[in-house]
Design a protein. Structure first.
Lengths: 143, 407
């Protein structure tokens, strides 16, 4: 097996493992504590960046909703073809407005916009804190 | 080198401003502090020429040694001043020791103790009904004695910034309040006094050679959320001529009674059905932005004139202008970690806004107010009428936003 195929397989396996963990967040039901894990996590999403072989984070734009993002949620993986379907996470700044500046990122918001990615383009996965999905910002004082 | 020694200072507000004014007056500024962070973050105190770090600022012997050592180094000590509690009368007594210009030490000390001052002024009509709860008194005894007096205020004899000043409306709350105060102030007597209804005022006073040289009346807006927090200051406070005359008479009487010959203080009073009642006295200028409020309204830099009295010089208190000033202090309604503050620049752009101060740094935990220290921003506006000043300050204050993460 060539090293490139090995590498694609590795990324694919890693994403499968991540998907498994992500599904656990939402679907795990245990005998004594039921859906405690989902409650602790407070989200069904492990946000991630996909780094291309050029070294840049993979980026997608949504023409209908007019935003660009490098933050995704893994939706499904096709191990056969080594492809994945991801949904786009909308990056928001502290005021809850869309911002594609990494420095302004405070929160991520799920969207239903999905894209397919050929994993042969990807060489690394960067996970982010799940807190980005659950963060609540209070604005004070209230008048 | 002409030197003023300051005992203690906060990072902003009146005590900090005094350091700057002393520097502008050309003095070598020495700050005695027990806060090591004042040394490490030296840039916060760039107007201070020399910081003397002491473990206990109230260690009189060490203080005398430190000042003597400054004198040995060739510094000509001209005044020893403190504008923060509990060092005001102590600084005056150090001045006395070194035979510097004297402020009325005993009078200042009296004002530091809320019970002592009540006792001293108990025969004046400005004193509301009060009683003292001794540590050995039983709750049952007081419950029976004071049931009919509810609601009332209970507070420790020595505190500032409205810390632990509690309103008691029911006997159940009385028990809770006592529990809290006994925990925070063990073995201390507590002051119980009638709760007065009426507009509240702060009066800034400067006395020189037995003459009241300055009397500034500031109306306070008080928020009650379990604690009393002043959220707005209007200068000049609005009272009619008869009320103002009556106030001047009351103040003169108090000053005479407590024997303040030289020095400054501020009093908080309420106007109850046309009669002035004393809430409390403090032997120093009020903290926060009080000097700026008065300066914007009158052109008088009161703090500078107070320092002059400490230096033995005659203060000059000539009004250069007459403006209405409103200072709005911002508090918040939920607890959280401060992520970002926006709106200071926009607030400053409102016409008539003279000053915007944001207190906390990003990363700090902010809370709903428990004391005056939990006021996180101040906007000062100036105009020709009180209503305009209030309107401008409120509109500008609405620009300021604290972004918090629940904590």
């Amino acid at each position: 097996m060539s090293s490139e195929i090995k590498s694609n397989q590795c990324i694919c396996d890693a994403l499968c493992e991540l998907k498994l963990l992500q599904d656990l967040l939402n679907n795990s039901q245990t005998k004594f504590f039921g859906r405690l894990l989902a409650k602790i996590a407070g989200t069904d999403t492990i946000p991630l960046l996909l780094i291309t072989k050029k070294g840049d984070p993979l980026s997608f734009s949504s023409t209908e909703e007019c935003f660009e993002t490098i933050y995704f949620r893994i939706e499904s993986i096709d191990k056969e073809s080594c492809c994945t379907t991801i949904s786009l996470l909308r990056p928001l700044d502290i005021e809850g407005n869309y911002s594609n500046s990494f420095c302004d990122l405070v929160r991520l918001e799920k969207t239903s916009i999905c894209k397919n990615v050929d994993l042969s383009r990807i060489c690394a996965i960067q996970l982010l804190e799940t807190e980005l999905l659950t963060r609540k910002i209070i604005i004070e004082p209230k008048w | 080198m002409k030197t003023i020694v300051f005992i203690g200072s906060y990072k902003y507000g009146t005590s900090k401003e005094a350091l700057m004014i002393a520097k502008e007056m050309g003095y070598y500024v020495v700050l005695c502090t027990d806060k090591t962070k004042h040394i490490t973050s030296n840039s916060d105190f760039s107007e201070v020429d020399q910081i003397v770090l002491m473990e206990d600022l109230l260690d009189e012997q060490q203080m005398v040694e430190e000042i003597t050592s400054l004198m040995d180094q060739g510094k000509q000590i001209c005044a020893c001043v403190s504008l923060i509690d509990p060092y005001v009368s102590y600084a005056a007594s150090i001045s006395k020791y070194f035979e510097l210009a004297e402020t009325s030490t005993d009078s200042l000390r009296l004002m530091e103790d809320k019970i002592a001052i009540r006792e001293k002024l108990k025969n004046l009509p400005i004193t509301p009904f009060y009683t003292i709860f001794q540590p050995e008194d039983s709750l049952e005894k007081l419950e029976n004695e004071f049931k009919s007096l509810l609601p009332f205020i209970i507070k420790p004899p020595i505190s500032n910034g409205s810390k632990d000043v509690l309103l008691v409306e029911t006997i159940e709350k009385f028990a809770n309040a006592l529990k809290l105060l006994k925990k925070n102030h063990p073995n201390n007597p507590l002051l119980i006094e009638e709760f007065l209804q009426g507009p509240q005022y702060l009066i800034e006073i400067l006395v020189y050679n037995n003459d009241i040289k300055f009397l500034g009346l500031v109306e306070q807006e008080v928020l009650y959320n379990g604690r009393f927090i002043v959220t707005g200051y209007r200068f000049p406070g609005k009272v009619d001529i008869a009320e103002y005359r009556s106030l001047c008479t009351c103040i003169s009487k108090i000053i005479e009674e407590i024997g303040l010959e030289n020095g400054s203080c501020h009093m908080e009073m309420k106007l109850v059905s046309g009669e002035w009642k004393l809430i409390e006295t403090n032997p120093r200028m009020a903290g926060g932005e009080m000097n700026r409020i008065i300066e914007e309204g009158t052109g008088i830099n009161l703090l500078k004139e107070i320092l002059k009295v400490h230096l033995g010089e005659e203060p000059i208190l000539l009004e250069k202008k007459k403006k209405h000033v409103y200072a709005k202090y911002l508090t918040i309604g939920s607890r959280g970690k401060l992520l970002k503050i926006l709106g200071k620049e926009q607030a400053l752009m409102h016409e008539g806004v003279r000053h915007v101060h944001i207190k906390p740094l990003e990363g700090r935990i902010l809370t709903t107010p428990y004391s005056m220290g939990n006021r996180y921003a101040c906007v000062i506006a100036v105009s020709e009428t009180a209503e305009q000043a209030v309107g401008i300050a409120l509109e500008a204050a609405k620009e300021i936003k604290f972004y918090l993460e629940p904590f």
